[in-house]
Each structure stands twice: as C-alpha cells, then as structure tokens.
Design a protein. Structure first.
Length: 482
C-alpha cells in the first residue's frame, strides 16, 4: 500500500495551526480564546484544531484535497473501493446505507438483534423488515446470529427482498456465516449491507473473523471510535461494489450530515487509520495476547466463565472476535447488572455492557497488562466473596412480536400512553430497548404481549437501563390509537 504512513488531513491541520492564522470565521471560541476554562483544561492545541472547513483543510461536503486523500487511504486500508468519513457515528452510516439502497416499500431481511439505528433506518427509508430468526444460546442467555438457513427461509417468505442486513460481529463478538449469507444473497440478487460497528479492528489481523469488505459485501459501517482508536462519534462508511451509485450515497450522506463537520473527529480517523495500516498487525497481536491471557485467568476463577472460541459451531456462531471479553456471572448468584455495579463502585472498573447473565469488557489497543490484571483481580475478589450456585436457568428474551404496522407507518400514527401493565395486545408506538446491548424488546408497529411486558418488568427490577420510550421509567408506554 502506498502513502499509508501519511495522515494528510491531520498534517494539513497541524500546518494550519502552526501558521498562526488570525481567525475571523466560526467557531466562535477562535482557537479556544473565547472558552478559556476549556482551553486551560484541554490545552491550546486541542481547541486550535477545532476549526471549520476552509481551503487549507478541505471540506467534507465536497472533498477535493486532504479529506479526499485521507478517505482514499482509508478505503485502501479497509480493502474498500470508497470510504466516507462519518462524524455522527455508525448510526448515521447505517441510515445512509439503508436510505441509499432501499426505496419505500422495499423488503430488507435483517436479524432481530440489530442496533436501534437499523430500526430507525427502517423508519427513515420506509423499507419493510423481514426478520431472520436469531438463535439464542440457552446457557448464556445471549443472542447469537441467524443461520444461513434462517436467512434462506426469510428469502422464501420474501423473494422480492432487495437487501440483507448483517451484524459482523454482534455486540458479544459472535459472527455468523458471512460468506454463506453473501452467497445466498447473490443467488437472490439482494445487496448485502453490514453493521461492523464492533468489527473495525478485524481488518488488521488474520486471527479475526472475516470482514465485510473481504467477502465482497456491498457496503459496511465501521465504528472506528469503538475499536480502532479514533475519537467518539467518528466512524466510516465503506463501499465495495457499485450496486448503489456513488452519487446517491454522497447525496444521502449530505442530507444526514451537519455542514460543520468536526475536524478533531475527522483527523482522529486519519491518524487511527495510519496507525492501523502501518502497525495494525503488531498492535492487534498484542491485544489478542492480552485478551487470551485474561480469558484464561478468568476461567480459573470458580463460578465465572469467560466464553470464547469454544462456542464456534459453524451454525449460528461461525467465528469469535476474541477482543470481546465476555464473562458469564450467574453462577455467583448475581446478575451481570449487579456485577457491573460492584466492579465500578468497589474496584473503579467500568465495563462496556452488562445483561442479565453476563458482563463484557472490551480489550483494545489502549489496554495494558496492568489494567487487564486489575480487572481479573477485581473479578477474583468479588467471586471469592460469593457462594457458587448451580444456576442454569437464564431469563431469555420473549418471542419476537408480530408486526402489525410497518415501522414508518407506526411512527406517523396517532398514539396514546397506557400503563405498561395494561398494554398487552396493544400495538406498540415506540421501541423498548435494553441498552446496552441495544436489542429492542419491541419495535413500533408490533403487538405487545404478556411475555414482553413481564420481560420489561424484570429488566426494570434489575435496574437495567431501558431506552426508547417517552417515559424514562417505562411505567407507561405509547401505543397506537387515539
Ligand atoms: C451493533 C451496533 N451497531 C451500531 C451502533 C451505532 O454505532 P455508533 O455509536 O457509532 O453510532 C452500535 C452502538 O453501540 C452498535 O452496538
């Protein structure tokens, strides 16, 4: 690869700052002079880099110099034909993939354990969801992936489907048969759109599962901020094929994007890309070493199970991203939520997510041996104070509700609030999301059942963070009707 040791956007920004240009343009803080308190804390340079588009540093709305160059290098590093910088996370990229490749009324096949951005993408695009059945691992209580057979059944139900949407990997690091689904989608002449919010690092080491661009998917979105080292909110949209016109993608992105893209965010993608393109293999070898060591040590602790590659069955779990350090904690007689709280309050450890049964710690290029040892010791100490229980029963998510009204129509329908305990049989007007991991229990337009209401009630009792409803406590829920 050529020029991967350069970061053209970051270099242009540095030149601009070094020139000491006198700014008579937005942002109003003018290199931090108008926001002293923040400048004192963050440092002069950080705020000096927070500029707006101008000739020196190009313009994301119409990139012709350093941003264009930075995006080309990014495309090359991720094995794509084109890369587009995103400054509103993968959420905006998923919206762009759906809006640019689907027309209102088009069918799209997707797994139920999608992130909420895919569900809002359905509302924005007007597409009709056809859900491929997601498997649930009964021992761990987590969603895995739909099998190729589940996708095939979805195509038989909806032969006119024009796209398939996939997670690679899911939040827990589990990937499905990406190649198998690709092949199936090609047979049905459907596009393949991939959510790789948690998979950006997988492009840089052979021990990781296959990536969307490597198997020839049409488009993919990568949260570079989650696993590649760039700043929060920065992501990339990758395009491999020309099944969707580049002009249409550009048009869609410009509808969804601010006209004042943050240079701090964009430059951080540029630098993170350079780092991974030039040293990614070594960095990821170190990350894998840390993750493998931590997993082995945690599995020596009575009552804890750090699950991993042994789950691979070539059905719903084809590969495992070992940087997701998932620990099953129910044998300690506590929920994942409780373990998260205890780690935070007693040991200053903050994990990425917890659910009823598990916690998930992300191991990344920012970790050190000492930090990982601190996590392992904290888990050891908590487990040492617990009585091991023979706990096998896990609270599984209720069955997928029936779709009565398509998401966009449900969004635009009249709605009223009813108490949650009296909402059975109503059509939900909003999404109820357990976050993280961001899997909806019910979506707008779907029938609420007693099982769903019981499940939401259990989540509330365990202080799980629920999102998506107008009532933050979810004592009431909005349903369709006057
Ligand atoms: C699976 C998945 N997809 C998409 C997103 C959205 O990513 P972003 O936070 O970059 O908008 C998330 C965020 O948590 C996610 O978990």
């Amino acid at each position: 690869m050529t020029g991967q040791d350069r970061s053209p956007l970051f270099e242009a920004l540095q030149r601009h700052v070094d020139e000491n240009v006198v700014p008579f343009h937005v942002p109003a803080h003018k290199h931090g002079q108008g926001l002293q308190e923040m400048r004192d804390y963050l440092g002069e340079r950080t705020l000096a880099l927070d500029v707006n588009s101008m000739d020196d540093v190009d313009d994301l709305s119409n990139p012709i110099s350093v941003i264009d160059e930075a995006q080309r290098l990014c495309a090359e590093a991720f094995n794509a034909a084109h890369a587009y910088f995103l400054i509103n996370g993968t959420t905006s990229g998923i919206h762009a993939m759906m809006i640019s490749s689907l027309r209102p009324g088009d069918r799209i096949i997707l797994p139920r354990n999608c992130h909420k951005s895919a569900f809002s993408g359905l509302i924005l695009s007007g597409a009709v969801p056809v859900y491929a059945k997601v498997e649930i691992n009964p021992d761990l209580g987590i969603a895995t992936n739909p099998t190729v057979q589940s996708f095939a059944r979805a195509f038989e139900r909806a032969p006119q489907a024009t796209a398939v949407f996939l997670l690679n990997p899911n939040y827990y690091g589990l990937t499905g048969d990406l190649r198998g689904v690709m092949q199936l989608a090609r047979e049905w002449e459907a596009r393949v759109l991939v959510d790789e919010a948690h998979g950006g690092h997988m492009y840089f080491h052979d021990d990781f599962p296959f990536t969307a661009m490597d198997v020839g998917a049409d488009m993919s979105c990568v949260s570079t901020h989650k696993t590649c080292g760039s700043l929060t909110q920065s992501s990339i949209l990758l395009q491999k094929t020309s099944s969707v016109e580049r002009a249409r993608i550009l048009n869609t992105l410009s509808m969804l994007r601010t006209t004042s893209a943050s240079y701090l965010l964009m430059a951080s993608i540029d630098v993170a890309r350079r780092q991974l393109a030039t040293r990614g293999k070594d960095l990821m070898s170190e990350v894998l070493h840390l993750a493998r060591h931590a997993r082995d040590e945690i599995n020596k602790i009575d009552g804890l199970h750090a699950f991993g590659p042994e789950l691979v069955d070539n059905q719903d779990i084809h590969a495992f991203d070992e940087t997701k350090l998932c620990v099953h904690v129910r044998k300690l007689g506590m929920t994942g939520f409780e373990m998260e709280r205890r780690l935070r309050q007693e040991y200053r450890v903050q994990v990425e997510l917890s659910d009823m049964n598990n916690i998930l710690a992300m191991i990344t290029i920012g970790d050190t041996q000492e930090q990982v040892a601190h996590l392992v010791n904290a888990l050891k100490s908590i487990a040492g104070k617990c009585r091991i229980q023979d706990f096998h029963r896990v609270t599984l998510m209720p069955d997928m509700p029936e779709t009565i009204v398509i998401p966009r129509d449900a969004f635009h329908s009249h709605k009223k609030s009813v108490p949650l305990h009296r909402a059975a049989n109503e059509i939900s007007g909003e999404m109820v999301m357990a976050y993280p991991p961001g899997i909806p229990v019910v979506c707008p337009g779907e029938r609420l059942t007693h099982d769903i209401i019981d499940y939401i009630t259990i989540l509330k009792e365990h202080n799980c963070r629920l999102q998506g409803t107008a009532d933050p406590m979810v004592n009431e829920i909005r349903v369709l009707g006057l």
